[in-house]
Design a binder for this molecule. Structure first.
Ligand code: TEU
Ligand code: CA
Length: 547
């Protein structure tokens, strides 16, 4: 049995979107004291790490992913003293805090940018990416921003364009500038000195770019920068550092997270998510879930990182729809399918992430009007798509299927108004199903989704085979089922799941057959697999047996 080499190999991460988690003072916005009040709940769930979405001073155009001061807490979230208390209280419960490091861009209200745009000779000018207008006038080139519209905005006063891959209020930092990099490292070390467990790194693949050559991601100097960051900040500390990248492949994941690379602990990549998007219209035109294609992606990653590298395992986050609505069934089989999804994900190799509310099976929103949305991406895209002729109702359908606000409605704590999230008026409406789907109801229900998550999180801490076991997949072409084994020493874990709302009778491949203990199940316990098995809708189980 090999022991975990790092503490984060067998830990589960829980993501908190502070704005929507728990409001302690009734202003309708979640806050740090609210989070502290829920630490006992998180400790009982068994998680080892909290990833906090950004809590820094910000105009909140992108809910904090537009930072105006890296070293101050947004007043609506609390104070630095609150934050220090959070770190200490979490540590006392065996939980580490990850800060969300958004260093690809700042807010345009950051003092660096305010100074930079004041004059071409500002000492901060080169912290950002400025270009002259094209020879005939107009934008330097046609690069488009992720939130819609051009990625270049003219600064009238100084007559140059600045580059922004997201909103105009999120100017890109110029990582080619060594002084900028030194400032960032100083800031990171300041936070590390306050006892945090690591960083989640927003769009790390986009820090290195060469917009003149049309290179907007994975620029040639990317890994040089990350290695430098490692030397200047993480070196010598056993941190969890996770880099978000929408362009990572199993091959580049080895660069980010390979054992001897001295870069990051793991990548957080989206290939399994994007596989569900329309080729041209992307997320606003959802495709039906294709399990076979999905399994191909999972296999590529599980086999690709078999010897080296480390991956994050997740169904959802603050940019994605709710897992049970997207991949399961949020109506008749909500409980069964949420447990099935958790089973399949948590027994893979990698570090599992639970997005707030996933553990009680929170669902997508039933919004009917654009006025109910708050997300900058959704609102921008609405304007652009409807202007381009997409019927309003179609857009709303797309937004309710894949929009980011699905995961940003208030955490549902109880059947009290607004799900017990606030005693005031929440900044975004609660999903009306809080009256039945909430933490309080889950805590008193033996068979809850929450209990199932707790079991899976505990199993990972107890069984090295779940952490390090070799992965092998079965039934790759089966349209409704997933099956895989994990093997370490003389132990085998066999996982079988039905992804459909219909019962399925499976012919069980020989290497999957055998008897042992049922580790986890969302139906009757299954201890033995013979030549044939009949699975109920969304049934999933795992058997631990001797090899
Ligand atoms: O997300 C990166 C990113 O690429 C997403 O914005 C993605 O394109 C979009 O959600 C899918 O439609 C990170 C953060 O997670 C996100 O919340 C921020 O808005 C973004 O960076 C900018 O900081
Ligand atoms: Ca508040």
């Amino acid at each position: 049995m090999s022991e975990p080499q790092h503490w984060w190999h067998n830990a589960t991460v829980y993501q908190i979107y502070p704005r929507s988690f728990s409001d302690s003072n009734g202003d309708g916005i979640g806050d740090i004291p609210g989070i502290i009040g829920k630490l006992d709940y998180l400790q009982q769930l068994g998680i080892g790490v909290i990833w906090l979405s950004p809590i820094f001073v910000s105009p909140m155009d992108d809910n904090g992913y537009d930072i105006a001061d890296y070293q101050a807490i947004a007043p609506e979230f609390g104070t630095l003293a609150d934050f220090d208390r959070l770190v200490a209280e979490a540590k006392a419960r065996g939980i580490g805090i990850l800060l969300d490091l958004v260093v690809k861009h700042t807010s345009d209200e950051h003092r660096w940018f305010v100074d930079a745009r004041s004059s071409r000779t500002s000492r901060y000018r080169d912290f950002y990416v400025w270009r002259d207008p094209a020879p005939g006038g107009g934008r330097p080139n046609g690069i488009q921003s992720t939130f819609g519209g051009p990625a270049w905005t003219l600064d009238e006063a100084t007559g140059q364009y600045y580059f922004h891959q997201f909103a105009r209020k999120q100017p890109d930092l110029n990582w080619a500038n060594p002084e900028l990099r030194a400032e960032i490292y100083r800031m990171m070390n300041w936070w590390l000195g306050r006892g945090i467990a690591g960083f989640r790194m927003d769009v790390i693949n986009l820090i290195a770019k060469e917009p003149d050559r049309g290179i907007t991601a994975d620029g040639p100097r990317l890994h040089e920068y990350i290695q430098e960051m490692h030397r200047e900040t993480f070196g010598g500390r056993d941190l969890l550092t996770v880099g978000e990248s929408w362009t990572a492949t199993p091959e580049t994941a080895l660069l980010y997270s390979g054992r001897d690379r001295h870069e990051l602990s793991m990548v957080f990549q989206f290939e399994h998510v994007m596989q569900q998007w329309h080729e041209i219209w992307g997320k606003w035109q959802p495709k039906p879930f294709d399990l076979v294609a999905f399994k191909r992606v999972v296999n590529r990653w599980q086999y690709g990182l078999v010897e080296d590298g480390w991956n994050s395992l997740f169904w959802g986050n603050h940019d994605l729809p709710r897992a049970v609505s997207k991949y399961g069934n949020d109506k008749r089989f909500r409980v069964e399918s949420a447990k099935m999804l958790a089973t399949v994900l948590h027994l893979l190799k990698g570090t599992p992430y639970v997005y707030q509310g996933e553990e009680i099976g929170m669902t997508n929103v039933p919004f009917t009007s654009i006025d109910q949305y708050r997300d900058i991406e959704t609102l921008n895209m609405h304007r652009l798509h409807v202007e381009a002729g997409l019927p309003e109702a179609d857009f709303i359908r797309g937004a309710n299927a894949n929009g980011r606000d699905n995961s940003r409605t208030p955490m549902q704590w109880s059947a009290a108004p607004h799900g017990g999230f606030t005693i005031g008026t929440p900044w975004i409406e609660a999903n009306p199903n809080f009256s039945t789907i909430n933490v309080e109801a889950s805590l008193t229900d033996e068979a809850s989704i929450l209990g199932h998550y707790r079991k899976l999180i505990t199993l990972r801490k107890e069984l090295p085979v779940i952490v390090h076991g070799r992965y092998r997949s079965f039934l790759d072409d089966h349209p409704a089922c997933i099956a895989y084994t994990r093997t370490l020493g003389d132990q085998v874990v066999a996982v079988v799941a039905n992804f459909s709302a219909e019962p399925v009778t499976l012919e069980v491949p020989e290497a999957l057959q055998g008897s042992g203990d049922c580790l986890v199940s969302n139906d009757q316990p299954v201890r033995s697999l013979g030549g044939m098995v009949r699975l109920a809708p969304f049934e999933a189980f795992a058997i631990l047996r001797a090899r």
